[in-house]
Write a protein that binds this ligand. Structure first.
Ligand SMILES: [Cu+2]
Length: 428
């Protein structure tokens, strides 16, 4: 039995219409794809406990659908296999589960269409709010939602993918924050909360705020137990970060993308050594003392000794034609690749024997990263995407709770997903 919805709880309804739009991006006019004429799509904001309906309307000239990435919902509501033909619509109704406060996003998931539809502009942010958001000092922080998306424009359109782009994953020439190149935000002194979505099809962001520690308070779909201070944070496609920056005086801050090589061989990054400027924050106001929240939520450790299932997921590829595989197989939506039992804990090894990184994404069920090449994860967090570096193995632990059904797992470099690097898991 899947968890029933509670009709007595507050309800929220959103309509999202996928449609083309001619707009100006970085001074160039181009036809892009939008939700509701907005690039990126509008922020959907709900509270834990809300019953949420998202009505998706397809006004593109090809099939599409909607994936509410990372949200803990029944597989039959997520239904990424189901495509919506042009002119048709589909609804997604779910309860924003207690304890699921965090940053999520939405994007198309129609197989073999995902890369291009997302690269041309289809994505948008979702926030589920909970008790921690109402807690000081987080409640009074200045919050900015930043959707990172790259794009290449050419002759008034979004540039097409070429052969090599499908292998490496296309990185757009323009790196946009929301709909702008290098936007400048005016913010007051105090705590600055940055909620960042990597909505690029393939680009990794190695984020730094000049001269500041990033105080990570959440990753993907949930808060950490306490802030973790980092100099830089790698955000791979599909991942989200919830960061606090302590800004005690008027100054100018730069959000930078530092170089990161997705493959240890050959030239793989166009990012200058000193970093690429993504956005600026002009801070004004009187000097202000700030403090960090000492404690956020419980992220209970998982007892691996109780795990009843172990699996190995191995990435692979073949040339001519270029294809990407998991456990030697191309994606087939009619084939069940793996099975798991509800109310059990499983440990999976994600093995990447290739010379390039792949970010692994599992639908529906959040997991914890146990180790990377045998070294324990630096902090405990609920994740739905984890980077698996080249020639590496990442071990994750997944509690299969509440829901049964068919869920997908795939590489979140969308070119690889569209070329077959995806599988089906049946939870019974
Ligand atoms: Cu990949």
């Amino acid at each position: 039995m899947n968890m029933p919805l509670h009709p007595d709880k507050p309800t929220c309804t959103f309509n999202l219409t996928a449609q083309p739009l001619t707009t100006t991006i970085a001074g160039q006019q181009a036809e892009v794809l939008t939700y509701n004429g907005s690039f990126p799509g509008p922020l959907l904001e709900v509270q834990e406990g809300d019953v949420v309906t998202v009505n998706f309307i397809n006004k593109l000239n090809e099939p599409s659908n909607l994936h509410l990435h990372g949200i803990f919902m029944a597989p039959e509501v997520d239904k990424p296999h189901q495509v919506v033909k042009p002119g048709q619509s589909l609804s997604y109704t779910f309860e924003a589960q207690p304890g699921s406060a965090g940053m999520y996003w939405y994007h198309p998931h129609a197989h073999r269409k995902v890369t291009r539809q997302l690269f041309e502009g289809l994505s948008g942010p979702i926030i589920i709010r909970g008790a921690v958001d109402a807690m000081e000092p987080i409640a009074s922080a200045t919050e900015k939602v930043l959707v990172l998306h790259d794009i290449t424009l050419q002759n008034g359109k979004v540039a097409p993918h070429k052969g090599m782009d499908w292998g490496k994953g296309k990185e757009g020439e323009l790196v946009l924050v929301n709909d702008e190149q290098q936007p400048v935000f005016s913010v007051p002194t105090g705590l600055l909360r940055l909620r960042i979505v990597n909505a690029s099809s393939a680009r990794y962001y190695n984020l730094q705020v000049s001269g500041k520690k990033l105080q990570v308070i959440g990753m993907d779909g949930g808060f950490l137990e306490a802030p973790v201070a980092l100099d830089a944070l790698l955000l791979t496609p599909g991942e989200r970060a919830d960061l606090l920056v302590e800004v005690t005086q008027a100054e100018e801050l730069q959000l930078l993308n530092l170089p990161y090589k997705r493959t240890p061989v050959g030239p793989s990054t166009d990012t200058p050594e000193e970093g690429l400027l993504l956005a600026k924050f002009t801070v004004t106001g009187h000097p202000k003392a700030v403090s960090l929240p000492p404690k956020l939520v419980e992220v209970p450790p998982l007892d691996l000794a109780t795990a009843t299932g172990r699996k190995t997921i191995t990435f692979g590829a073949s040339m001519q034609p270029l294809q990407f595989t998991i456990n030697g197989k191309l994606f087939d939506q009619h084939r069940t690749d793996l099975t798991a039992k509800v109310d059990t804990l499983e440990v999976w090894d994600i093995v990447n024997p290739m010379m390039m990184d792949h970010p692994f994404h599992l639908h529906t069920f959040p997991f914890q990263v146990v180790s990377i090449n045998g070294v324990s994860a630096p902090f405990r967090a609920w994740k739905d995407v984890v980077n698996v570096p080249a020639n590496s193995t990442v071990r994750i632990a997944i509690p299969f709770t509440t829901f049964k059904g068919s869920v997908m797992y795939h590489c979140h470099i969308l070119e690889h997903e569209d070329l077959g690097m995806m599988g089906n898991l049946q939870v019974t």
